[in-house]
Design a protein around this ligand. Structure first.
Ligand code: NAD
Ligand code: UD1
Length: 346
């Protein structure tokens, strides 16, 4: 298939490009480099034999989308482009609605104009909110507690409405759990700007000596060791879920919602111990109070994705920590270790 990948230079997008090209799909990236650098695509090209074109542009720009649609003529869109920081979403709610909801609307409108009828959408397990039961299945109530989560849920509703109005259309909504890890080549990985919000990149920066200690946000949860439990998923497994979703979208119509996780959960202390084994170093930790908005535990029931799309995660916790460490140690400053100095400050 010919696949337009919005936000393809980002963390999950870049890994997905590699998996798509490995399966023979032709890809085209549209990214405004708000949270990425063009150097990512150079590295993706070096790791792949496939066909890839790219455009620098914004998903809210209808004229740019029309240009990409008429030039590339995609059969499907994988829509990653978006803003993802929960804390920031409370400070800049309009930006989050504009990019995450407005961007999705603009993409669908451009698809309508071009007659493109298949889309895969990056949603998040955060749409569920406080668990009523665990593991979450896709029928669990959706009560997101952050603006970020609300924008993802709003976009899901738009996609569902679009497929109802267009019986020949397919939207596959993937609710990601906690993506971690890096490509086995150690050439692409997660490269957070500023202080990492998420656990794994923070631990990796402690291990490499960029930060003194990990702050554990609460060890008084009702969990076996008191720290938060999460369903961490290797980014390559997540990337492959998009390939499976495209195959699924090619043979179905309507909207499908799928949890993308492993179905296993690990605590913060489990992750610290596993990372310490992977890098052969101690990871200093200090315990602080709970982070506002955090929940004790999250875990996916990923059986729907297995049954309907034939997708299942195969990477282990060791794969997650070892690949993160390989990426972090080979690229202590992320993509800026390259001659590239084009990291654009938003
Ligand atoms: P990322 O920030 O690395 O990638 C997003 C990409 O979109 C970046 O390359 C950025 O430059 C681009 N972008 C942002 N706004 C844009 C715009 N207006 N027009 C064009 N490009 C734009 O994030 P990621 O971790 O790869 O996440 C990808 C998607 O998955 C996001 O939609 C995110 O909300 C969702 N998601 C991520 C996680 C996670 O933990 N990483 C979890 C659940 C869902
Ligand atoms: C966060 C987002 C969520 C998003 C997910 C994956 C919040 C409130 N939620 O969830 O919307 O879908 O990332 O990108 O931000 N932790 C520490 N110290 C740290 C960082 C994290 O102890 O420095 C703990 C957290 O309390 C949590 C676990 O590690 O128990 C995982 O945290 P994180 O990686 O931020 O993911 P989530 O909180 O699950």
């Amino acid at each position: 298939m010919r696949v337009l990948v919005t936000g393809g230079a980002g963390y999950i997008g870049s890994h997905t490009l590699i998996e798509l090209m490995a399966q023979g799909h032709a890809v085209c990236v549209l990214d405004n480099y708000k949270n990425a650098t063009p150097a990512v695509l150079q590295r993706v090209r070096a790791l792949s034999n496939g066909t890839m074109t790219d455009y620098a542009g914004d998903v809210r720009d209808g004229a740019m989308l029309d240009k990409v649609m008429t030039t590339f003529k995609p059969d499907a869109v994988v829509h990653f482009a978006g803003l993802k920081a929960v804390g920031e979403s409370a400070e800049k709610p309009l930006d989050y609605y504009d990019v995450n909801v407005g961007g999705t609307l603009a993409v669908l409108q451009a698809m309508d104009r071009a007659g493109c009828r298949r889309i895969i959408f990056s949603s998040s397990a955060t749409v569920y909110g406080e668990p009523v039961y665990l593991p979450y299945d896709e029928d669990h109530p959706t009560r997101p507690t952050s603006v970020y989560g609300q924008t993802k849920l709003a976009a899901e509703h738009i996609l569902t409405g679009w497929t109802k109005a267009n019986p020949d259309a397919a939207a596959v909504i993937l609710r990601y759990f906690n993506p971690v890890g890096a490509h086995h080549s150690a050439r692409i990985g997660e490269d957070p700007r500023d202080t990492p919000n998420n656990l794994m990149p923070f631990i990796a920066q402690v291990a490499i000596g960029k930060r003194d200690a990990l702050t554990i946000f609460g060890d008084d949860y009702d969990t076996p060791d008191g720290t938060g439990l999460r369903d961490y998923i290797h980014v390559v497994d997540l990337a492959r879920a998009h390939v499976a979703a495209l195959d699924y979208a090619a043979r179905t119509n309507g909207a499908g919602i799928f949890n993308i996780g492993t179905g296993q959960s690990y605590s913060v202390r489990d992750m610290v111990s596993a990372f310490s084994r992977a890098c052969g170093r101690d990871i200093a930790v200090k315990v602080a109070s709970r982070r506002a908005g955090d929940i004790a535990a999250m875990q996916a029931d990923a059986s729907r994705a297995r049954h309907a799309m034939g997708w299942t995660a195969t990477h282990t916790l060791e794969d997650m920590t070892a690949s993160t460490w390989a990426w972090q140690s080979a690229n202590p400053n992320g993509y800026q270790t390259e001659t590239d100095t084009s990291k654009i400050t938003p």
